[in-house]
Design a binder for this molecule. Structure first.
Ligand code: FPP
Ligand code: MG
Length: 307
């Protein structure tokens, strides 16, 4: 191993992200399948499981597991939280797709929850997943000091509520149809709507694995940068990708006359900004050596992805 590789500058070249993601996503998939049994009243559990097990990259749980391992923890310590993060992500998408919000028919290549189970059950499935996520962390996390678990629950609660996802979604809905949305407002929307949960994935992994305050802050900055880059790439894909590639409707932002990064900056500048954010994110991982390969490769994957 050369010293350059140790600094992480070229480390991702020797790292097989596709195999890593496949292997970790399979672990998460199995844990998610076990997390919600089908019991009475079956209809609500079926609806919760329908969206939770509809596939997806499982990027959020994988980020949580990878960060926990990076700081010296184990996959087992972080798996209940990793599952809970996917439950919360899923519930936010079920509600986002409802007629009262984005009114979408397809998600992850399948009919949306309300299209299959009706709006009433879809709302309740989202509520059920949100409540269960917190129960699941508190009940299932083993081998971790209770104080760390409490910190994770508090951090996640804030990331999901009006100070995070909910707040970002509200400003997003308010901005729809407006042509004069500023870059500051756009950044606020995405730092909250997408960034807050991605940040919580990384920070909760760090907390569970026993990271100190300074380390948590560095990893938090890594996550905030990849979160914003993720959204910029999402906006670009909405213009450049096909519905088949996305597994959901494409061209929606244009149709809804949404202000997006490409609409403010153009596609080329948006790509450049995303690449800069990824470089900034990776700079926060200096010093971990090859242990940081998964988080570095995930950062690179965000700009390279096609869906
Ligand atoms: C997708 O955005 C939506 C989100 C990332 C989150 C939306 C948040 C809520 C509905 C709040 C949920 C409530 C709680 C308590 C967490 P998008 O519409 O830009 O992307 P899409 O094209 O994938 O739908
Ligand atoms: Mg939507």
């Amino acid at each position: 191993m050369t010293s350059l590789q140790n600094q992480g500058a070229v480390a991702t070249e020797t790292f097989d992200l596709a195999s890593y993601l496949t292997e970790r996503a399979a672990l998460v998939e199995a844990a998610l399948d076990r997390s919600i049994p089908l019991v009475y009243p079956e209809k609500i559990y079926e609806s919760m499981r329908y969206s939770l097990l509809a596939g997806g990259k499982r990027l959020r749980p994988v980020l949580c597991l990878a960060t926990c391992e990076l700081v010296g923890g184990t996959i087992e310590m972080a798996m209940p939280t990793a599952c809970a993060l996917e439950m919360i992500h899923t519930m936010s998408l079920i509600h986002d797709d409802l007629p009262a919000m984005d009114n979408d028919d397809y998600r992850r290549g399948k009919l949306t929850n309300h299209k299959v189970y009706g709006e009433d059950i879809a709302i309740l499935a989202g509520d059920g997943l949100l409540a269960y996520a917190f129960e699941y962390i508190a009940r299932e996390t083993k081998g971790v000091p209770a104080e760390r678990v409490l910190q994770v629950i508090a951090h996640l609660g804030r990331a999901v509520g009006a100070a995070g996802l909910v707040g970002g979604q509200v400003v997003d809905l308010e901005s729809e149809g407006k042509s004069d949305v500023s870059i500051e407002t756009l950044n606020f929307i995405h730092r909250h709507k997408t960034g807050a949960l991605l940040e919580a994935c990384v920070v909760s992994g760090a907390v569970l694995g026993g990271a100190g305050e300074e380390e948590r802050q560095r990893l938090s900055r890594y996550a905030q940068n990849i979160g914003l880059a993720f959204q910029i790439v999402d906006d670009i894909l909405d213009i450049t990708a096909t519905p088949e590639e996305l597994g959901k409707t494409a061209g929606k932002d244009l149709q809804a006359q949404k202000v997006t990064y490409p609409s403010l900056w153009g596609i080329e500048e948006s790509r450049r900004q995303a690449a800069q954010l990824i470089a900034d994110a990776k700079a926060e991982l200096q010093g971990y050596g090859t242990a940081a390969q998964p988080l570095q490769a995930i950062a690179d994957f965000i700009t390279a992805r096609k869906n």
